[in-house]
Write a protein that binds this ligand. Structure first.
Ligand code: NOJ
Ligand code: NOJ
Length: 439
């Protein structure tokens, strides 16, 4: 059986009205309802009024905080999800014009960004862009070199789909640095060793998250360059991928049992003493596509990192102590960013959902290794994380960035695109895990 038959298909529509709020739903029904609602809200943040076509805004909120910008990272993880949804729909023989249009618009928007990015001294590494596609020129933690790697990653997957359909991919990769994919690959190849900021935009140094997505981009880039009769680039990207993979072996701590988020710190905040950070889990999730990642879901170090981090957040946030559900997950224990202030950090929707996704992927890996007991255990852990998300979800299906650590209410930038993306990815991972793991 092809698993597409067993999974639910999410569709995109431009319906302005929210679906009716459900009454108390069990996890199965809530996740199906919420995932569909999250897709609708993701699409509300793609090409919204006031932004260029193809722009993926981080959130519609324009003050306290202002998230009406295009972060290269947020946009790439979003378009990755759109491509996943497109592939799910194609596999089920469903129509998908809205997904396809969004992907085409993203390519045009990327080209526009790449034509303006050198207005910034950080070039492709500039963290975010204005709604009109110009680089943000104000003070910010720059450069963030995960962005171009993530963007190359999604564009290469899209190119692969087009090739399979016999369509031309000249507009994506033509062997010159003017084409969107090669432009980003060249940037990554020449800058992965640079000092830069991590995804939380607070620390300068070398980072597990950035290097993981950069290694993936170089490895996939080498394959693409070779298939595109660009052997010089292929060899160069392969050498970079190997060098990054070697460097990544430094980022494991036997002492904590978790991946190390940052080494060679050169600036930024200095109070991250635990050495624990959820970006290391995102690193694995965001470099998994098409197999072949340095760290995969079946790596015991990944499961150990998820467990170590979960234990640390379990005792940190009051809501985790008072409600018997899975653990709400934050960025790192010492976080001070409260979404609207700097009093203290909170759990995040996108991270709690990402930990569910990670658990479902570990469950499948255990199942494939013939360990049914562990497979079911991780499946249950995944569901516990999603029950936690459900407990604090708004009844209308909207999500903000954070969950108030004391009250459990949604907090910070409203309808954060990335929150919805990770919820959709958790729902997709769950339906796959359920189709594979038999009870
Ligand atoms: C805003 C960033 O988005 C957030 O990640 C960070 O914690 C604060 N600025 C402080 O740098
Ligand atoms: C703050 C987060 O730390 C960062 O990762 C993200 O890119 C921006 N907010 C925008 O969502």
């Amino acid at each position: 059986m092809k698993f597409a038959a067993a999974i639910f298909i999410l569709i995109a529509s431009f319906a302005a009205q929210a679906a009716p709020a459900p009454l108390l739903l069990d996890l199965d029904h809530w996740m199906q309802w919420q995932a569909q609602e999250s897709v609708r809200r993701i699409f509300a943040n793609i090409s919204p009024n006031g932004a260029m076509r193809g722009a993926v805004i981080a959130s519609p909120q324009q003050q306290g905080p202002d998230y009406f910008y295009i972060w290269t990272r947020d946009a790439a993880v979003t378009m990755n999800a759109v491509l996943d949804l497109d592939l799910d729909a194609l596999e089920a023989g469903a129509t998908n014009d809205i997904f396809e249009q969004a992907l085409a618009d993203y390519v045009s928007f990327t080209r526009h960004q790449q034509q303006t990015q050198n207005q910034s001294p950080f070039g492709a590494g500039v963290a975010k862009f204005e709604a009109n596609g110009a680089p943000f020129m104000g003070g910010w933690c720059n450069p963030q070199n995960d962005g171009p790697a993530l963007r190359a990653g999604i564009l290469m997957r899209y190119a692969q789909l087009k090739r399979e359909r016999g369509e031309s991919t000249q507009d994506l990769y033509d062997g010159t640095s003017q084409s969107p994919i090669k432009s980003d690959l060249e940037y990554v190849a020449h800058h992965w060793q640079d000092d830069n900021c991590e995804p939380w935009e607070e620390v300068h140094g070398h980072h597990f998250y950035n290097l993981m997505v950069q290694e993936k981009a170089m490895k996939e880039g080498a394959k693409l360059a070779r298939a595109s009769a660009d052997p010089g680039a292929a060899n160069f990207y392969e050498a970079q991928a190997a060098a990054i993979a070697r460097d990544l072996t430094r980022f494991w701590s036997e002492a904590t049992g978790a991946f190390i988020p940052t080494l060679d710190r050169s600036g930024g905040i200095d109070y991250k003493s635990s050495g624990l950070d959820s970006s290391t889990v995102l690193a694995v999730l965001h470099s998994q596509f098409d197999g072949d990642a340095v760290v995969r879901a079946d790596d015991p170090k990944f499961a150990s990192t998820v467990e170590t981090l979960t234990a640390s957040f379990k005792t940190l946030y009051p809501i985790n102590k008072s409600i018997a559900r899975g653990v709400a997950i934050g960025r790192y224990p010492e976080d001070m960013y409260g979404g609207t202030n700097f009093l203290h950090g909170n759990p995040w929707v996108l991270l709690t959902a990402a930990f569910a996704n990670a658990s479902y992927k570990i469950a499948v890996a255990k199942w494939n290794a013939n360990d049914a007991t562990q497979a079911k255990l991780w499946l249950a852990r995944g569901d516990a994380f999603m029950e936690r998300v459900q407990t604090h979800a708004n009844p209308d299906g909207s999500f903000s960035e954070q969950i108030d650590r004391d009250t459990g209410y949604q907090l910070g930038a409203r309808d954060l695109t990335w929150s919805h993306v990770e919820v959709v990815q958790a729902a997709r991972a769950r339906s796959r895990a359920l189709a594979i793991i038999t009870h």
